[in-house]
Design a protein around this ligand. Structure first.
Ligand code: PBG
Length: 337
């Protein structure tokens, strides 16, 4: 370091002086193509607000198709679809997940009708919207059984693929499901359907508002009386980082095309490590709780909502994410255009 007098010759503030220069030296640039928009669909004809997620609504099938058109206009490449299943259709074994006429399948169909192949549809593979106990897998004698669940998930993935979904996203965290789902899709002639695995998914308190939105919170409440009121026997402990790398390694070996880290904001280190070590398309999910915290603070006048939202998503990209699932997707895409 050369010193001429009392001050250093290197002054990092020089490149921060002008807006144009700040823009020119920006290392991370967010674009609409980085975003995936998660959407909730229900059977109703009109939108219903999700109280714990201000600004988010459960949409009708038609509403999702319109949102997909909006995504196309905004340059958002894909939507992620989450069905809110009527309580009457939920069961112990979540068999509604396998009905080719279920809400998710009809929505996929409607979206493909509306936007063709201009916007991708990513569908969750997991049983939680469909089970009376709210778990992602089958519950037997107070345990979530792994291998039996995987067989059902394989069938669910094929049903979704046959409805026109191009990306299935197993979010259940059962062991060995990616390889089995790949095999099942191929056997059904769906070699071209991608698998985006929720590879490193933490048992997180930040999913609370999402569970309100899809009604699995209440269901999990009933499971609590059975001694299985949380998902810690299949989702990861937030204490663990190396284990996340092992999870991703297994999913990659089993044939995952893309992987996801979830939540995003509490796992920026994991996003970074996964992108570094595997170099495959890495997504991160800014989950419901992350969204609602910003919205709540903004509503109270404690934060500048749009700025906080933008910053929170930008740093997820800086950490290494190629794509970010965020409920802020349409607002951010609008701000960028
Ligand atoms: C369910 C699923 C969850 C989310 C996405 N898929 C909740 C859970 O695991 O309980 C959470 C998304 C969010 O909080 O926004 N398999």
């Amino acid at each position: 370091m050369q010193h001429h007098g009392a001050f250093p010759t290197t002054r990092l503030r020089r490149t921060r002086q002008h807006a144009w220069l700040r823009r020119a030296v920006a290392e991370t640039v967010l674009a609409p193509a980085d975003l995936v928009w998660p959407l909730f669909v229900h059977e109703g004809k009109t939108p219903v607000a999700v109280p714990s997620m201000p600004g988010v609504e459960r949409l009708s099938i038609d509403g999702v198709a319109r949102a997909a058109e909006q995504a196309a206009e905004l340059g958002i490449p894909a939507i992620a679809l989450f069905p809110v299943v009527d309580a009457a259709l939920k069961s112990d074994d979540g068999r509604q997940a396998l009905d080719p006429e279920n809400l998710a399948c009809r929505t996929v169909h409607a979206v493909r009708q509306a936007v063709g192949d201009t916007v991708g549809i990513i569908c969750d593979v997991a049983l939680d919207p469909y089970t009376t106990h709210g778990h992602d897998g089958l519950l037997r004698d107070g345990r979530i059984v792994n291998d039996e669940t995987v067989e059902v998930l394989c069938r669910q993935a094929v049903v979704l693929a046959e409805a026109g979904c191009q990306v299935v996203a197993p979010s259940d965290m059962m062991d060995g499901r990616v390889g089995r789902i790949r095999w099942a899709l191929d056997a059904a002639g769906r070699q071209d359907v991608c698998i985006l695995s929720y590879a490193a998914k933490y048992a997180s308190a930040f999913y609370g508002p999402f569970r309100d939105a899809v009604g699995s919170q209440q269901a999990l409440g009933t499971a609590r009386s059975l001694g299985v009121g949380d998902k810690q026997t299949y989702q990861m402990s937030p204490a663990n980082g190396d284990e996340a790398i092992r999870e991703v390694a297994l999913d990659v070996a089993e044939g995952a095309d893309m992987v996801m880290v979830k939540p995003a904001g509490t796992a920026l280190d994991i996003i970074h490590r996964v992108k570094r070590e595997f170099g495959l398309p890495t997504f991160a999910y800014q989950v419901s709780g992350e969204y609602s915290m910003i919205q709540a603070a903004a509503a109270a006048g404690w934060l500048d909502g749009p700025k906080a939202a933008f910053e929170s998503v930008l740093v997820i990209k800086r950490a290494g994410a190629d794509g970010i699932l965020t409920y802020f997707a349409p607002e951010i895409a609008k701000a960028l255009s």
